[in-house]
Design a protein around this ligand. Structure first.
Ligand code: BGC
Length: 758
């Protein structure tokens, strides 16, 4: 070809490319993408399947130094761990200089808020308020999209029954039905109804699948379970997110039926796409494609890439296997061009849906970022959600709420720790903006009372634990030497006070990913501090800060008042002070069982009866010799400053047909001295089935507000469809038989009534 022709050709092509955004607005999605794909080389296509971390914030083992070069050469279609309008614009500008100007997609772990940090998911779950859960996701999307982001790696909906697993902090606990409600609310909150709006982002349901069932609670460990348990307990929240229209799915690190999730065709194609009809794109977890080599199902990256593509993975997170192996795999006919095209199509479709082809910089608006991020309204919402996430575990002699007067000693290594307040996976959260408990109490009391403070010791002095829980700065020798002095100061302060508020628990680095613990009690140094302060005889309120249900037998036996506050986010200290001083009457209810000791784990309320159910008088019944079967705090538990009473439960019929509805009625009264909110919970038990059924299953709840002295009739409705379960052929079905309904304030303290399904 003559040089002049080449130049004309390039010029024409340039004109076409410059016109891309305009075409995007004019052409319908499918036509636009197909036309674009016709222009793409194989390398450019494969580049769209490559997701790399930027150097701004790294969340995994390694990064590619030259990721900007890969963007420039069209070999990277998506970036994570990069945000702010300025930085994302800078990277997007590189992409706009590539031949086809295909915009980058920016993803990030916006797990519980972006800049305005909300309580960790396990804490927020205690609100039992779907509107609030949706709202925090909405706000997170508002802020993230204003900060240059298009895509969050949330919600994490892994059902978890083992608090040793550090990642229980990221999910909503042990219950499937509850997990389904939250999955729906979160997807709606992030994605809204229109992804092309500039304040909505793609959600990513994770970790598909079964990650919450890692053996012994050790992160990244093996998972093995029956298909029945899989479908009955673990799958429904992922499925709910798919049904709610979630745009993307992230694979899990673990294996499913002996095959790593990232290479599992049954999981990613037969179930996810064919059976559930998922239309979005599937991304691996961080290098999980490469990890199929140590898993032992692939000899090398070539094989791992083939397994992943054939399983149905569209995008490779940080593994760089697709960019290095797909071409060869295609040449060797191990995969087809249709497979690559289908994956590329899905990725481009997501970009189109976000409006990125119309304006690749539409999420890079500095003015919007300034207006939206950490706005007063967002902080106010965060405070309300944080208040409602707090769970009152014990309140002997109505020690709480406290009076706003006298001398209060605030003691404990977590009492003034800003970084811990925003918890793990607080992503772009700014610890400097967080309000600590000490600050919250001072804000509340002003000059009205005297507030004393002493840390009293360290979160832990276990150097091994500290170095592994990486975010915790190493203790200096002098700090260790200071322990005795720190304790002495704390004791002095306690002795001067009328009441002691102690902030104890875990540091945020002891929770979350790669933070499994085999001993889930309050670390020994803190327990000694608590004992020493208790020995002064001063009344003590224990404010727990942690990312998992802890074992608290000693504390529950000895400390008069215990508040579970998790890691509550940016407004933590203010929200805790609101509850401590009665400006908000606590209403949170735990969504994960608190065991008495580690030996009881896994422990959950919806266990099976077994053939030898507990009989205290029969040695050969299902129990321990050294601990009761009962948890310390059951699922759904949480106290209030007021007292709610429940009338007996009545039913409108004793027999339910397949077409009728059962009405379940109960009167709830507020007989205490405070206005307050109560979560009225509904459970059922199916007494016989062709498959064994749990002793209780959550089927509904109502969160109500009652003024003191007020009462209300509560009505639940159940139909046959609510009684369905998976039979042995894995058909979702009902079986006639006898049932019990339970209504109550938690999964243990309930009223009941019986009915039959015809
Ligand atoms: C985690 C994911 C997370 C990803 C990206 C992984 O280590 O398992 O949950 O979204 O990193 O940061």
């Amino acid at each position: 070809m003559k040089k002049a022709h080449v130049i004309t050709g390039l010029w024409l092509m340039g004109l076409y490319m410059a016109a891309l955004p305009v075409i995007a607005q004019q052409l319908p999605r499918q036509q636009f993408i197909q036309r674009l794909m016709k222009q793409m080389t194989l390398d450019e296509k494969i580049g769209q399947l490559n997701l790399l971390t930027s150097d701004m914030d790294v969340t995994g083992p390694f990064m590619k130094e030259d990721y900007k070069k890969e963007i420039a050469s069209g070999l990277c279609g998506a970036i994570f761990n990069a945000y702010t309008p300025r930085y994302t614009r800078q990277l997007q500008e590189i992409a706009m200089k590539t031949r086809l100007k295909i915009p980058l997609l920016f993803g990030y772990d916006v797990i519980h808020g972006h800049k305005t940090i909300f309580p960790i998911p396990l804490g927020e779950a205690c609100t039992w308020d779907m509107a609030l859960l949706e709202k925090s996701a909405r706000i997170a999307a508002e802020e993230a999209s204003a900060d240059g982001l298009h895509w969050t790696f949330s919600p994490m909906v892994d059902i978890a029954r083992d608090p040793r697993w550090g990642r229980v902090a990221e999910g909503v606990g042990e219950d499937t039905w509850y997990g389904v409600q939250v999955a729906k609310a979160k997807v709606k909150g992030y994605q809204g109804t229109d992804l092309s709006a500039n304040n909505t982002i793609l959600a990513c349901v994770k970790h598909f699948a079964l990650y919450g069932a890692v053996e012994a609670g050790r992160d990244y460990n093996t998972v093995d379970m029956s298909r029945h348990q899989m479908f009955e307990v673990y799958m429904p929240p992922y499925k709910a997110a798919i049904d709610a229209g979630v745009a993307t799915v992230m694979t899990a690190f673990n294996e499913v039926d002996g095959i790593p999730a990232t290479g599992n065709r049954w999981l990613l194609t037969d179930l996810l796409r064919k059976q559930w009809g998922f239309k979005g794109f599937v991304v691996t977890d961080y290098t999980s494609m490469n990890e199929m080599i140590p898993h032992g199902v692939a000899k090398n990256e070539y094989e791992a890439g083939g397994l992943a593509m054939n399983a149905g993975v569209d995008m490779d997170m940080q593994g760089s296997i697709y960019v290095t192996q797909l071409k060869q795999l295609l040449q060797d006919k191990k995969i087809t061009l249709q497979q690559i095209d289908a994956a590329v199509y899905r990725v481009l479709e997501a970009k189109y849906n976000l409006g990125l082809f119309s304006d690749p910089f539409r999420y890079c608006d500095t003015t919007r970022a300034q207006q939206v991020i950490l706005s007063a309204a967002h902080l106010q919402a965060a405070r309300e959600i944080a208040q409602r996430s707090i769970v009152l575990l014990k309140n002997e002699g109505q020690l709480l709420p406290l009076k706003k007067q006298g001398t209060i000693a605030v003691i404990g290594p977590l009492a003034d720790s800003k970084r811990d307040m925003i918890g793990n996976w607080s992503a772009a959260g700014d610890a400097a903006r967080a309000v600590t408990l000490l600050e919250g109490i001072k804000n509340k009391l002003g000059q009205g009372a005297t507030v004393l403070y002493a840390p009293g010791g360290h979160i832990t002095t276990d150097a091994n634990l500290l170095s592994k829980a990486w975010q915790q700065p190493q203790l200096k020798q002098s700090d260790t030497a200071n322990s005795a002095q720190m304790l002495a100061t704390a004791l002095e302060q306690a002795k001067k006070a009328d009441i002691v508020v102690m902030a104890l628990g875990e540091s945020q680095g002891m929770t979350g990913e790669a933070a499994s613990r085999s001993d889930i009690s309050i670390p020994p140094g803190q327990r000694s501090l608590l004992k020493a302060i208790m020995a002064t005889g001063k009344p003590v309120v224990l404010v727990l800060m942690n990312g998992r249900p802890l074992t608290l037998e000693w504390e529950n036996e000895h400390v008069p008042a215990i508040l579970e506050t998790w890691f509550l986010g940016t407004t933590a200290g203010d929200a805790i002070a609101d509850v401590l001083f009665g400006d908000y009457n606590p209403s949170g209810k735990i969504t994960m069982t608190f065991s008495r000791n580690v030996g009881q784990i896994p422990i959950y309320y919806n266990y099976k009866n077994t053939g030898r159910p507990l009989d205290p008088n029969n040695k050969y019944s299902s129990k321990y010799l050294d601990v009761s079967n009962e948890p310390l705090f059951p699922f759904g538990f949480g106290l209030s400053y007021t007292r709610f009473t429940y009338s007996p439960v009545s039913l409108d019929k004793k027999q339910l047909s397949s077409t009728s509805k059962l009405r379940i009625m109960v009167k709830v009264a507020n007989e205490g001295n405070y206005d307050g909110e109560e979560v009225v919970q509904l459970y059922i038990r199916d007494h016989q089935g062709s498959i064994t059924r749990p002793v209780k299953e959550l089927k509904g709840f109502k969160k109500i507000f009652l003024k003191k002295g007020e009462s209300r009739d509560i009505v639940f409705e159940l139909g046959a469809a609510d009684l369905k379960f998976y039979d042995k052929e894995l058909h979702w079905t009902t079986e006639p038989g006898s049932f019990t309904v339970f209504v109550g304030t938690n999964s243990r303290d309930v009223q009941s009534a019986d009915f039959t399904l015809q």
